[in-house]
Design a protein around this ligand. Structure first.
Ligand SMILES: C[S@@+](CC[C@H](N)C(=O)[O-])C[C@H]1O[C@@H](n2cnc3c(N)ncnc32)[C@H](O)[C@@H]1O
Length: 390
């Protein structure tokens, strides 16, 4: 993660601009006065820089929760703030001039909103969940130019590696998403995907709620797959295979194909590793045979008049409200010049969404963008609206 170690943090006067970067406002953590968030806009990216003040030196880095699409924009923001506030930099991992052309110029990297808002493509779609080194995904995209591939991964270095390859190989049928694939599946339209590859997912033996394969994932997979579309799971873990088999077979009218040690066109990095160790590799392929209903998500994320006072809003700090279908956790609270800000996680327990809520007078808004329109987020919003309205 890009960061600057500085001798002492200095606050500028907000709003301010420097070198194409806008600094909008600052938020002070009410429980940790050494922690502040600076709101930044660079081109279309809106995110926070995080300040951690320590006795002899302070840290300025990107806030994980609002991380922007382009690392280059974070570099730009860090350097611009340092210049504007005349900070003394002790050490840094931010390149002063060099820019990451691959990340900045590649349009293959999409934000989740791109897929969530009326996503339509005039080609067959195939999705790879957790592409890792990208060997399988890149091979598929290069060999099937008429199919649009979507690669989903949460490990940033893997994403950057694949983006570089997309540029080098000049591929225009591969989109990449830095997001939890389980939530992605809840948001895209029904009956549009030809294949979903889940190759060597993390088995999460001790934290099964983090597994990609689950009842809700299979339900969504059946919904988004076209008739005849396939979900292909490949795993070296006998445990994960057994768990997945049980989960798949609990669905009615399911067609499954099971294979052991089947060779496929391209062996992934993990597969090579397991083959060298002479481990067995298990395959489950699920074929969807039914047309699904269209995705319908009613509701929006607007707020009624906020009736709760700022002080009462800050008292929500650290509370967790649970309700049928989800929860809201009020994780951190901040004071703004002209209001308050809360960091919240909302939605379903196994796939929560983290974001900020800004309240000024009787107006509330999510920051930096609206939650994704999933069933559990809409429920959480309804609940939150009720709390704020009093
Ligand atoms: C064991 S690696 C396998 C990588 C690749 N498929 C292969 O066969 O070499 C699993 C990958 O899934 C990614 N992953 C785990 N959970 C995920 C999720 N919920 N959404 C997207 N990617 C995920 C991890 O970051 C990791 O890169």
């Amino acid at each position: 993660m890009p960061h600057l170690h500085i001798s002492e943090f200095k606050e500028i006067k907000f709003p301010a601009q420097e070198g194409g970067v806008s600094f909008n406002f600052i938020a002070d953590n009410i429980n940790h006065e050494e922690e502040k968030l600076i709101s930044v806009t660079v081109e279309d990216d809106v995110f926070f820089l995080l300040v951690k003040e320590e006795e002899n030196r302070s840290l300025l880095k990107t806030d994980k929760l609002t991380r922007p699409a382009s690392i280059y924009n974070v570099h730009k923001a860090l350097l611009a703030y340092a210049k504007l506030a005349e900070l003394k930099i002790i050490s840094s991992n931010v390149p002063e001039h060099q820019k990451n052309v691959h990340l900045e110029e590649v349009s293959a990297l999409k934000k989740i909103e791109y897929f969530a808002s009326n996503f339509q493509i005039d080609k067959e779609i195939r999705v790879e969940v957790g592409f890792g080194s990208g060997r399988h995904l890149l091979h598929q995209a290069a060999n099937n130019p008429d199919i649009m591939f979507i690669g989903i991964e949460i490990h940033r270095p893997s994403i950057e590696q694949v983006l570089k390859q997309i540029t080098i190989q000049n591929l225009n049928n591969l989109l990449v998403l830095d997001y939890d694939a389980r939530l992605f599946m809840e948001l895209i339209p029904s009956n549009i995907v030809g294949k979903i590859y889940v190759h060597f997912p993390v088995p999460w033996d001790k934290k099964p709620h983090r597994r990609v394969i689950s009842t809700s994932f299979i339900k969504e997979a059946n919904r988004v797959l076209k008739v005849g579309g396939k979900l292909e799971l490949r795993t070296d873990s006998e445990n994960y295979y057994a768990y997945s088999y049980e989960t798949f077979i609990s669905f009615n009218k399911t067609t499954l194909h099971i294979n052991k040690n089947k060779d496929i066109a391209i062996s992934s990095k993990y597969e090579d590793r397991w083959k060298k160790m002479e481990k067995n590799i298990y395959d489950i392929t699920m074929i969807n045979e039914e047309e699904s209903e269209l995705l319908s998500l009613d509701g929006d994320f607007s707020f009624f008049d906020v009736k709760l006072s700022s002080d009462d809003i800050l008292k929500l700090d650290k509370n967790i409200a649970k309700f049928d279908g989800g929860f809201i956790h009020f994780e951190r609270s901040y004071r703004l010049n002209d209001g308050v800000m809360l960091r919240i996680s909302i939605g379903s327990f196994d796939r929560p969404e983290h974001l900020y809520l800004i309240v000024k007078g009787n107006e509330a808004k999510y920051f930096p963008s609206l939650p994704l329109k999933s069933k559990s987020n809409l429920l959480a919003h309804e609940y939150l609206n009720g709390i704020l309205h009093g």
